[in-house]
Design a protein around this ligand. Sequence first.
Ligand SMILES: Cc1cc2nc3c(=O)[nH]c(=O)nc-3n(C[C@H](O)[C@H](O)[C@H](O)COP(=O)(O)OP(=O)(O)OC[C@H]3O[C@@H](n4cnc5c(N)ncnc54)[C@H](O)[C@@H]3O)c2cc1C
Length: 530
Amino acid sequence: MPIPDLYTQGIAQGWQVTDATTLNSGAEFSADVLIIGSGAGGATSARILSEAGLRVLIIEEGGLFTSTSFKGDEANAYAQLYQEGAARTTQDGGIGILQGRSVGGSTTVNWTSSFRTPDATLQHWADVHQVKGIDSASLAPWFEQAEQQLGISPWQVPPNANNDVIKSGCEQLRWHWATIPRNVRGCANLGYCGTGCPLNAKQSMLVTSLPAALNAGARLIHRLRAERLIFDGNRVSGVQARAMNATLNQADGASITLRAGHVILAGGGINSPALLLRSQAPDPYNRLGKRTFLHPVNFSFAQFEHRIDGFYGAPQSIYSDQFQWAQGTTGPMGFKLEVPPMQPSITAALLGGHGSQSLARMEQLAYSNLMIALMRDGFHEQSTGGTVILRKDGSPTLDYPLNDFLWQAVRRAWLAMGEIQFAAGAIAVAPVHAHGRLSRNLAEYQAQIEQLSYRLHDVRLASAHVMGGCAMGEDPQRAVTNSQGRHHHISNLSILDGSLFPTSIGANPQLSIYALVGRLASELRDELTA
Ligand SMILES: Cc1cc2nc3c(=O)[nH]c(=O)nc-3n(C[C@H](O)[C@H](O)[C@H](O)COP(=O)(O)OP(=O)(O)OC[C@H]3O[C@@H](n4cnc5c(N)ncnc54)[C@H](O)[C@@H]3O)c2cc1C
């Protein structure tokens, strides 16, 4: 039976959805609340505010791509659904950055892992970053609500063999492992979450909160980029936006003016601070774009005698926190161990390399496992993250210097991943490094790790978790917003997305955003409807 396309049906029934490329320059729109960005934070806010009867306008620079257009075709999906065609990197090219750019934001392409914010992270924010009133107990009802709305529960189906490497290796070593909760309903275990779910099984913002908001009367304009906020004293008086071009790589179309009593910025890490920088928003203490975190990820590649087929099945279903908090919240950098999906294009890109070595590895794809360590950046004084800066054309890039503190974690993570992979029966393991080679046993692998060069471009690093850059906290000298996500210097501006986090999360961030924004947007609703 064909899967009904929610948007075709909804638009036929009167949803207000507009493609900005059909608008003429000079058009103006107004609303009670303007939301910039339709991802985890923007869509959650849109649902809450529009269901309260407020007139909500959501704008999104990406296009509207729906279940009908999701074909598991990597080449098209990365070009259409990701920031900079999935080729975004840090300024020096040291870390590849995957970030979504379509209706639903990164939630349309994410891999469905859904963790609550660790208690230690929230405690650290209260202790060190003066975040007030946001603790595990007060967030618990918001986690529960998001979990119910988005069908979040531990994945019941046996893990695919790629994830099973973590489980069986950790069992052998008596290390921690657990099943990952996922936001899915009726998932057929296809494994192509990263190219958009063709079954609407992934409970992304595209199929949950945005339809709810549209049902409640919200208007969505896609392919429209907010270029600049216009300020009048300490208020945003309007937003200048431009339609994107056909290939979605430039905003050179119609100029549109947007006005609203309240503005919510939800463009995600990098893009939210970038819009404020472009707009020359007040930033007396030079905080904007600072402390942007990535959970930088390094990779360990293993070959097995049996098929792994890591391109099929729920991409992430098992994790290990053996090394996450073992040395305390603020000790040497902790890391979470997971696996990524292994479709051919993304795997080839992540593995890097070229020529005969690349060919030999890709020929073994079906027999290969890739493991990732997500570094918990932002908790130690030597881990200050990156800084968003603007290029000459106003587009953002992230300056994220790599230092020895991070390299030490990379080294420890390689040792841990290799040990798990060999314990799970790998016949050969290689660190994903410019000079990494396959080692046939653990001792040889460990010796290799100690001899590697730890420097820019030699170590392959990537991220799918952009956080921070508009940190919250009570002290305006250290934070961009207060603990309600309200800009310290602009009275009618809230920032409600992952850029609020004062550190990385230490777990995949989407559920942290749903719960935190669920609460903050509800408080804003109460204020705006009082
Ligand atoms: C491949 C991938 C896999 C991931 N897997 C997981 C996972 O398994 N579990 C997990 O917890 N997290 C995962 N994440 C991360 C998670 O999806 C994000 O942390 C989360 O969606 C961020 O929410 P956000 O609201 O901050 O931004 P986003 O969801 O990224 O939404 C921001 C939106 O704003 C739009 N925008 C930006 N600037 C403008 C502008 N100026 N004008 C108009 N629109 C604008 C963007 O195009 C984008 O659509 C993954 C991410 C990726 C890319």
